[in-house]
Design a protein around this ligand. Structure first.
Ligand code: ZN
Length: 164
């Protein structure tokens, strides 16, 4: 990646695009674990069974229910929508909580903050499903918070890499 600012084009993805491999705290040992989508021929990806797998302690849990809790709750830690394990990628800042399901999601937030997104996507007001970028809180996209957001994102990313 070059250091020069680039125009940021909204890739038009939504929260649903980052639900195949969610990074969470293992409910048993608190180290990093993943909630993985299990292939299922008859079910849409969003509702396909999930499996929580922890390589550190061997915990494995499955989800094949119906209730999905998308989006971050106002109170308490952000959780994965299926097994309600605490998201690994979350940190409180002075402005609010920054959170992501996985590293691709985190990278999208980083690119958005780095670009100091100002333009609105043309579909923003058209009543279509809002993209993830459009839904990001304003403080993440605000240029005056850029350094803090980027620092937070980088710390979160490092916390994954050092966990292996
Ligand atoms: Zn564990």
């Amino acid at each position: 990646m070059s250091g020069t600012p680039v125009r940021f084009g909204d890739p038009r993805c939504t929260e649903y695009d980052f639900l195949d491999s969610i990074l969470v705290h293992c409910p048993r040992c608190d180290r990093i674990a993943r909630v993985l989508r299990q292939p299922h021929p008859d079910v849409r990806p969003l509702f396909a069974p999930r499996r929580l797998v922890c390589r550190s302690c061997g915990l494995a849990r499955t989800w094949a229910g119906r209730g999905i809790g998308l989006g971050a709750r106002q109170r308490g830690p952000a959780e994965d929508p299926y097994l309600r394990a605490r998201l690994w990628l979350q940190r409180e800042t002075r402005h609010g909580r920054l959170w992501a399901y996985d590293l691709r999601h985190l990278d999208l937030i980083r690119r958005c903050a780095a670009a100091g997104l100002r333009e609105r996507a043309p579909w923003y007001d058209t009543g279509q499903k809002m993209t993830l970028v459009a839904r990001l809180p304003a403080w993440i996209k605000s240029a005056k918070n850029r350094d803090e957001v980027l620092r937070t994102v980088d710390r979160l990313r490092e916390s994954v890499l050092t966990e292996g």
